[in-house]
Design a protein around this ligand. Structure first.
Ligand SMILES: [Zn+2]
Length: 106
C-alpha cells in the first residue's frame, strides 16, 4: 500500500526541507574518487554584511576527503547571493562534476 508511505513522507522533516539542501559533487584530481557532500543552505553558509547591516552574500568553505583511496583533501569554496543561490564556486584538489557524472558507472 502506498498510502502509508505517503503519510510517512509528509511527516518526515527531511522531505520538507529538501528545498534548502544543496548537494555538491566533486571528483578527486589525484585518484578520481567521486565524493558528494550535503550543504544545508539555511545553516552552513556564513553571511557577509554591508555597512548598513544587510547581507551582501554568503560564503561556504568545505574540505572534502575521500574515504577509499588517497585521502587527499579537496577544498571547495561556494559564494551565494542574498537569496542563497550559487553565484561562484572554486575548487582546489579536484573538479566539480554533475549528479549524473557522480552516479554514472566508471
Ligand atoms: Zn583522491
Amino acid at each position: 500500500m502506498s498510502f502509508f508511505k505517503k503519510i510517512a513522507s509528509v511527516l518526515s522533516p527531511k522531505g520538507a526541507e529538501e528545498g534548502d539542501v544543496l548537494w555538491v559533487y566533486v571528483c578527486c584530481d589525484k585518484c578520481g574518487e567521486k565524493i558528494k557532500t550535503r550543504i544545508d543552505l539555511r545553516h552552513d553558509p556564513t553571511p557577509n554584511y554591508s555597512d548598513e547591516g544587510r547581507v551582501t552574500d554568503y560564503v561556504l568553505r568545505k574540505v572534502l576527503i575521500g574515504s577509499q583511496r588517497c585521502f587527499e583533501p579537496i577544498e571547495v569554496k561556494l559564494t551565494f547571493d542574498p537569496q542563497r543561490r550559487v553565484i561562484s564556486r572554486e575548487i582546489t584538489g579536484g573538479q566539480f562534476i554533475s549528479k549524473e557524472e557522480y552516479e554514472g558507472v566508471e
